[in-house]
Design a protein around this ligand. Structure first.
Ligand SMILES: [Zn+2]
Length: 357
């Protein structure tokens, strides 16, 4: 059975209401004829028969309807397609989409029915960074890879984490779950659904975390006396908190990495973390990150002069030149005077020594 839409304003439209009831009835009849495919037509006799009116009445009807802009000369209803099919065709698309998803074994109405439950479960915060702004639903295992709308695969995520992650698993994107409970639910779901590549990622992830925890535990036991020295700088973490670096830690690192301007490198780490929010480190991984960073800086730093220079001697070529120059000026003074202050005079400090930073 075919149907058509009658706009609700029909009952109040002045153009309609100014007409006799007979004409209003004929207009509705034309809607029926249009739906049945009888109009548009150039055969007026056929329309007269369909409306059960005389040819004379039909001519009056046509004149009236054309003058009001309801039809054109061949009985085609104006704006018919616009009124009838725009929303219907979108319904049709939605229907096809749902049928297609159903055929693929996916739930017919997608993830939308779970939105509220997921938001409540995840505490109204992004499971990756903890933000409560611009939230959306993320398929932790991407749809494009076969991830479905199971509630275990849906997580609350801010739009920035969601778009940073794109079509990858969180682990592939270098992101970790701040919400460990949701991560556990998702990991369990991955195991039950046999996404083997994701399983491997979870295993690698667990290994790395265990190593990080051991490292951090070792550091904690070493640093048992509470470090109350002032905080020099902090590194933003993946949970939006900050990892403080104290004066005492800086001193310790300066001892471990003598060729490195430790303070400057920590400023670099902070800047890097600020501009790479999705790659930020976990609290347990922060010191490991700092160590790896400083170790790299140490390896890349120019080697200090072998000739009796102090561990924190100048690392730049200019600094070395100044050292040599001063050595010439001072003659044997360097050998006689082993005092560092005597060696690293004000000129050297100013131009070369990172220790003065
Ligand atoms: Zn986020």
């Amino acid at each position: 059975m075919d149907w058509f839409r009658l706009y609700a304003e029909f009952s109040t439209d002045p153009k309609v209401q100014m007409m006799s009831e007979a004409m209003q009835r004929r207009l509705v009849m034309l809607f029926c004829l249009r739906t049945a495919g009888i109009i548009p037509t150039t055969d007026d006799a056929e329309v007269a028969f369909a409306l059960r009116v005389s040819e004379e009445d039909l001519a009056k009807t046509k004149e009236l309807f054309v003058s009001k802009g309801f039809i054109d000369e061949i009985w085609d209803l104006m704006n018919w397609d616009k009124r009838q099919f725009s929303s219907d065709s979108s319904n049709e698309r939605v229907k096809k989409y749902r049928e297609k998803r159903k055929a693929m074994g996916l739930t017919s109405n997608g993830y939308t029915k779970h939105i509220e439950t997921v938001m409540v479960r995840d505490g109204g915060c992004c499971v990756y960074c903890g933000s409560d702004k611009n939230l959306c639903i993320d398929h932790a295992y991407p749809v494009a890879r076969g991830g479905n709308d199971d509630i275990e695969n849906l997580v609350a995520a801010c739009k920035s984490c969601n778009s940073g992650k794109a079509g990858r698993t969180p682990y592939e994107a270098g992101m970790s779950f701040l919400n460990k409970r949701t991560e556990a639910i998702w990991n369990h779901w991955i195991k039950c659904n046999g996404f083997s590549n994701a399983l491997e990622q979870i295993q690698n992830r667990t290994d790395t975390e265990q190593k990080e925890q051991k490292l951090s535990a070792r550091h904690d036991s070493r640093a048992k006396p509470v470090d109350e020295s002032p905080v020099v700088i902090s590194i933003p973490l993946n949970d939006s908190t900050e990892f403080p670096i104290t004066e005492r830690q800086v001193a310790e690192f300066e001892g471990l990495y003598p060729a490195v301007d430790v303070r400057q490198e920590f400023r670099g780490m902070r800047a890097w973390s600020l501009s790479n929010p999705t790659k930020r480190k976990t609290r347990s991984g922060a010191l490991k990150f700092a160590n790896a960073w400083l170790s790299k800086a140490q390896n890349e730093a120019p080697q200090p002069s072998q000739r009796g220079s102090p561990p924190r001697g100048p690392t730049s070529k200019t600094g070395e030149a100044v050292m040599k120059l001063q050595g010439v000026i001072n003659g044997n003074q360097l050998d006689r005077n082993r005092d560092r202050q005597g060696l690293a005079g004000p000129v050297v400090l100013e131009l070369g020594s990172p220790a003065g930073a």
